[in-house]
Design a protein. Structure first.
Length: 239
C-alpha cells in the first residue's frame, strides 16, 4: 500500500486568493515522488493526494500536537513555507473555523480512503505494508542543519513496523553505495506512519523521505529499482 500525501497541486480559488502568488505552485510539493513507486513486479494499491499541502497537510494530525518536540515543523494548515516565508497575504491566514472546514473537506476523505485500503489489504492478505512516500529539498535551514542523506527511513523508532521489515530496508540500503541513507534520523515518520503503523494489528508502516535530487531526472530508475528490490523481498518473505 503506497501513500503519496504531498504531491498534490490543486488550490481551490477561495483559498488561492488568500495565498501569495509566489506560492501558488507549491514549492514545498513532493514533486514526482509518486512516479518512483510505480512497479511492474508485484501488485499494490496507491493513494495520491490531489490538493496542495498548503491547503491541508495530510501527514499532520487533525487535532494538533508536535511530531518532533523542540524542533521547527509545520502544522495541519501551514502558514509558512519550509524556507520560513509567510504563505498568506496580510491578515488572510485561515481561522480555526476555516482550518476545521479544510480538515472535513480535504483531510478526512484522504484518511477515510487510506484506512479503507489498509483494511481491505488486511482482510485479503492478513497483513499490510504501508509505505508513505515523501521528498524534500536537500537543505532547509528552518528544519535541519546541513544536508540530509539521500534516503531517510522513518519507523517511529521501530514502533510502526516489525523489526524484520525495518531490517530488510536497512540491509538493502547498506548493501549499495550510490545513495546515502539514515534510519530514524531527523525524519522518524509523520502522522500517517505513526497513526497507521500498528504491527500488533498487522499493519506495518514505513516513511521514506527522499532528497529530491536523488530521484529526479536520471535518478528515477535507480531509486525505483532499489525500492522494488526491497518491497519484493518483504513480500517474498511474508508469503
Amino acid at each position: 500500500m503506497i501513500s503519496v500525501p504531498h504531491d498534490g497541486a490543486l488550490i481551490p480559488g477561495s483559498i488561492k486568493k488568500s495565498i501569495k502568488p509566489d506560492f501558488w505552485d507549491t514549492p514545498d510539493r513532493d514533486t514526482g515522488i509518486g512516479e518512483v513507486f510505480a512497479f511492474d513486479a508485484f501488485p499494490y494499491s496507491k493513494i495520491v493526494a490531489t490538493h496542495s499541502r498548503y491547503v491541508v497537510d495530510l501527514n499532520r494530525s487533525a487535532t494538533g500536537g508536535a511530531l518532533y518536540p523542540g524542533q521547527q515543523e509545520t502544522s495541519v494548515c501551514p502558514v509558512r513555507t519550509f524556507r520560513d516565508q509567510s504563505l498568506y497575504r496580510e491578515g488572510m491566514a485561515p481561522s480555526q473555523t476555516a482550518i476545521q472546514e479544510r480538515i472535513v473537506t480535504y483531510w478526512q476523505p484522504y484518511h477515510d480512503q487510506l484506512q479503507g485500503l489498509i483494511d481491505a489489504a488486511i482482510s485479503r492478505h492478513g497483513w499490510c505494508l504501508l509505505v508513505d512516500a515523501h521528498s524534500i529539498d536537500a537543505e532547509l535551514p528552518m528544519l535541519f542543519e546541513g544536508r540530509l542523506p539521500d534516503i531517510n527511513v522513518g519507523t517511529n523508532e521501530g514502533l510502526s513496523c516489525s523489526a524484520d521489515i525495518q531490517r530488510m530496508f536497512t540491509e538493502t540500503l547498506r548493501s549499495q553505495n550510490q545513495l546515502t541513507h539514515v534510519v530514524n534520523g531527523r525524519f522518524k515518520g509523520g502522522h500517517i506512519t505513526r497513526h497507521y503503523g500498528k504491527p500488533d494489528k498487522n499493519c506495518h508502516a514505513v516513511q521514506l523521505e527522499h532528497v529530491k535530487d536523488c530521484y529526479q531526472g536520471q535518478g528515477l530508475d535507480k531509486v525505483r529499482a532499489l525500492w522494488q528490490q526491497v518491497l519484493s523481498s518483504v513480500l517474498d518473505t511474508s508469503n
